[in-house]
Design a protein around this ligand. Sequence first.
Ligand SMILES: [Fe+2]
Ligand SMILES: [Fe+2]
Length: 278
Amino acid sequence: MSSAVLPRREPIPIAAETYVIQAIHGEGEGPLAVHMNAMVIRGREPVVVDTGTPVDRDSVLEQVFGLVEPEDVRWIFVSHDDVDHYGNMAALMEACPRATIVGSWYLMQRMSAEGPMPSPDRWCWVGDGESFDVGDRLLRAVRPPLYDSPTTRGLLDPVTGVYWASDCFATPVPRATGFVDEIDPDEWAHGFTTFQKWNSPWVEMVDGPRYHAEVERLRALAPRTIATCHGPTIGPAMVDRAFELLHAVPAAQVPPQPGQPVLAEIVAAMQADALAPA
Ligand SMILES: [Fe+2]
Ligand SMILES: [Fe+2]
């Protein structure tokens, strides 16, 4: 699918000078779709948080540059080395001459297989628990309890209380959705649990008390709003419920992922369509 046929999205304000850059894949093609969001913090030194997928490039750049001029972007925080998070990093770095990538040594190493990386003097390495100064606040990198890459760090803004959770706290949705309270609570719980477990299947091997302590490590930082790449934003009234759901993930039963029989059905339907008279 090319970006030209994806519907344009609008940034969603979620806190003071903080916007979710919306994208969604699969909307209208099945019962559930998945967001591929990014975020902008428009402080003294504007920050782009994750960068979206290549197929959403036109929409992502249009939304970001509708909020901040390219020459004013100072930081591009990349949460981890999955293409739905770094997919427009190079395009943003090219468009934003004053921007620095906030990554890590390991992130840079793992991404270097893609091709030439931006020059080392355009990088800042920030690991879990470390902070960087964006002029009017110190943003803190905090690894979420669940993730699918060893490079993953979320991002906590102490001014607004917004935590960017990368892949964590995600849920599929029937259609593009701004906030979790716009969907049915049971559907949220089911989608949330299924997404976490499919994306971090290793959670079943984790010692229970260690896992719960890691969830509480994040909760102790008192995020007031949780934004995620792959779901609606969790506003202040829903944060406690989100942490309850996260604690429950290891013991939860979730459906299996579609397997070969489903693919065979898809192929058979395609072949039937091809044979049908026009
Ligand atoms: Fe990921
Ligand atoms: Fe992701």
